[in-house]
Design a protein around this ligand. Structure first.
Ligand SMILES: NC(=O)c1ccc[n+]([C@@H]2O[C@H](COP(=O)([O-])OP(=O)(O)OC[C@H]3O[C@@H](n4cnc5c(N)ncnc54)[C@H](OP(=O)(O)O)[C@@H]3O)[C@@H](O)[C@H]2O)c1
Length: 211
């Protein structure tokens, strides 16, 4: 059985781990706080292990369940240990001081900035799915759409297969530069979610193409 390494022990780590386990993968949780990593692995069950951030990830797929700045630091520190692996960037690089823009410049994206720092094949995914629906595997009874962008066909296909095996619908949107639109799209969703005019746009919502 293949292993997915998740770096981070927060809300998205928990949600993506739940879907990876549902997909029949083993899960390795790595965190800067070994105790938090152990607790999350214990909560997830027998197909999960834990370790400290800094060790070479066991998984062929590595999920960065971290804030954008931390994700950049972590891939830089891991360096060649990530060579040949698929790294999933889930970040939404929102400027939380103004909540009025992204912190990445127009014409690029968090995913592309992370890709420039690592020899890994970086794939954008899961940035438009909130943690709660990931944990339960649905949003108001509907299958979750997971938008995926990447430049390496094998890496993108591996992420799409993880998504479909986990009971969600993968939508491969195109090359890694499509992350610009995915990050902008989710920023819009977040501003609507914070807008009191839209009472029902809560943490259990999901971005979905209706067809
Ligand atoms: N929450 C959502 O619904 C959602 C949806 C889509 C995308 N995202 C994106 O997913 C990412 C994670 O979000 P989250 O909601 O899971 O956040 P979270 O619950 O706050 O968890 C963040 C994790 O990152 C770790 N971390 C923070 N700074 C670090 C550093 N400098 N070095 C190493 N580890 C560090 C934290 O460790 P400690 O516990 O030790 O502080 C924690 O394990 C973010 O980029 C966010 O934009 C979130």
């Amino acid at each position: 059985m293949s292993t997915i390494t998740i770096i981070g022990t927060g809300n998205m780590a928990r949600g993506i781990a739940a879907r990876a386990l549902a997909a029949g993968r083993n899960v390795e949780i790595l965190g800067r706080d070994a105790q938090k990593a152990q607790s999350l692995a214990a909560e997830l069950g027998t197909s999960s292990t834990a370790g400290e951030l800094g060790r070479t990830p066991a998984g062929e797929i590595v999920v960065l369940a971290l804030p954008f700045d931390a994700a950049k630091d972590v891939v830089s520190t891991l360096g060649e240990a990530l060579a040949g692996k698929t790294v999933i960037d889930i970040t939404n690089p929102v400027n939380f001081e103004t909540f009025d823009s992204l912190v990445v410049a127009p014409g690029t994206s968090a995913a592309e900035e992370i890709a420039a720092l690592t020899p890994a094949n970086v794939v954008k995914a899961f940035n438009t799915t909130f943690a709660g629906p990931l944990a339960t595997g649905e949003s108001n009874g509907q299958v979750l759409d997971v938008f995926i962008a990447g430049d390496n066909a094998e890496a993108t296909a591996a992420v799409a297969s993880l998504v479909s095996d986990g009971g969600m619908r993968p939508i491969v949107a195109g090359p890694l530069k499509r992350s610009r639109e995915l990050e902008g799209f989710q920023f819009l969703v977040m501003t609507l979610q914070a807008n009191p005019a839209f009472e029902t746009f809560n943490w259990s919502t999901g971005l979905k193409i209706v067809d």
